[in-house]
Design a protein around this ligand. Structure first.
Ligand SMILES: [Zn+2]
Length: 78
């Protein structure tokens, strides 16, 4: 096995999807605040430093997903 294939080393497994989960974990109210105040969000992966940009539409979509999930999980949280 050629050494240079082993040499690539550790690779961060972050993805936009993963950062979406981070945004959604803030909650719908917090996402609303971000939309109102900044109209966008810039998140940086704390492991590899890669930054991900979320525009207003993207944040609105995450907020909706957040609300939907809350409704879906309502029974468990009671
Ligand atoms: Zn990363």
């Amino acid at each position: 096995m050629p050494l240079d294939t082993l040499d690539i080393g550790w690779k961060c497994d972050c993805s936009e999807e993963r950062l979406e989960q981070v945004v959604k974990s803030l909650g719908a109210k917090e996402i609303s605040d971000i939309i109102e105040q900044d109209g966008q969000a810039e998140l940086t992966c704390q492991f590899c430093g890669k930054s991900y940009h979320f525009d207003k539409e993207h944040l609105e979509r995450l907020k909706l997903e957040c609300l939907k999930e809350r409704i879906a999980h309502q029974d468990h949280n009671n």
